[in-house]
Design a protein around this ligand. Structure first.
Ligand code: NAP
Length: 311
């Protein structure tokens, strides 16, 4: 157990956590940023980011993250690799159990993000960033004039497919059942778009072609007939949901039915001194810029909290 409690610890080194670290660093709080198993968050899984203001030519996701990290370090943020096993938030200072190590902190910023759900296909991970993507907003543009596929039957899949019709000549929604989980309005919008077609009762079994380092097609299976077939596509977009990384706060913070941490006034959790920002509490916008914005808010609230409650 560390002797002196920290002023603040930030869980997560994606754009929410790193923005919080820049602000907390500049407030002289010497934040400690805990980087988990996906350091850099979802931005580090994407390629060119064209919608983060300030980069007229776009910037590579990993480079943007690296820049934020350097910026935070310049203001005194420290980084530690570790996985939060459990947090005891019953009293201050809070105790963070990292398995081998324990940390105490007066305030906590949870920026642990949400991980895209993947299908678990044999060659899926190897083609992330080369045609396999969980973010149409980030990567859709690269498939202008191409034929692409979206997996899923919920609102995310419909939204991704509709967005992709701005670029792709054809978008095939592949869904494992006949019925859709998507809201009627989103489903109807997709049905009325003549660039979108539906393949129901169909699952993706694999994605080609790792050898070429790009997506060239999919292996599909019809779950009713069992027949497998090859399907040409230049990209595979996953629209099967996200999983917020908040299991370690079970029973201590309020969550919604899908496990997102509930916040009030953007970043306040129900425990005073514990703030949540970015995708772990945002199921709606999920953008780098909105995550950064809420990271800034969390750090500013930490500063206020410490002023009011003493350091
Ligand atoms: P969701 O509603 O949970 O839908 C996930 C979809 O992915 C389901 O159709 C599910 O199939 C499918 N799926 C899950 N795991 C799969 C697997 N391993 N293989 C194949 N298919 C799989 O998730 P979501 O679409 O991300 O939506 C989450 C929440 O955000 C919802 O409340 C939604 O309304 C909301 N949202 C709203 C908007 C909007 O209003 N603009 C946009 C996006 C999201 P089954 O149906 O067979 O289970």
């Amino acid at each position: 157990m560390s002797q002196e409690p920290r002023d603040t610890v930030i869980i997560g080194a994606g754009c929410a956590g790193l923005t919080a670290a820049i602000y907390a660093g500049r407030a002289n709080l010497k934040p400690l940023v805990l980087q988990g198993h996906e350091p850099g968050g979802q931005l580090s899984l994407t390629t060119l980011v064209e919608n983060f203001p300030g980069f007229p030519e776009g910037i590579q996701g990993p480079e943007l993250i690296e820049n934020m990290k350097k910026q935070a370090a310049r203001f005194g943020a420290e980084f530690q690799t570790g996985h939060l096993v459990h947090a005891d938030l019953r009293q201050r200072p809070f105790v963070l159990d990292l398995g081998k190590d324990k940390l105490r902190t007066r305030t906590l910023i949870i920026a642990s993000g949400a991980s895209a759900r993947w299908l678990g296909l044999p060659h899926e991970q190897a083609l992330i960033g080369h045609g396999v993507s969980s973010c149409a907003t980030c990567d859709g543009f690269f498939f202008t004039g191409k034929e692409v596929a979206v997996v899923g039957g919920g609102d995310s899949a419909m939204e991704e497919a509709l967005f992709l019709t701005r670029f792709a000549t054809r978008v095939s929604i592949i869904h494992r059942r006949e019925q859709f989980r998507a809201s009627k309005i989103m489903l109807e919008r997709a049905r009325q778009n003549d660039r979108i077609r539906f393949l129901t009762n169909t699952v993706v079994e694999d994605v080609y072609d790792v050898g070429k380092q790009e997506v060239t097609g999919l292996k599909l299976r019809n779950v009713k007939t069992g027949v497998t077939s090859d399907f040409p596509a230049s990209a595979l977009f996953l629209g099967i949901g996200h999983i917020p990384n908040a299991a370690m706060f079970d029973g201590q913070l309020d969550k919604d039915s899908d496990g997102y941490i509930k916040t009030e006034n953007y970043v306040f959790t129900r425990v005073p001194g514990v703030f949540a920002c970015g995708d772990v509490q945002d199921r709606r916008y999920r953008q780098a810029i909105t995550a950064s914005g809420s990271g800034c808010m969390a750090a500013m609230e930490v500063e206020k909290f410490l002023e009011e409650h003493g350091r």
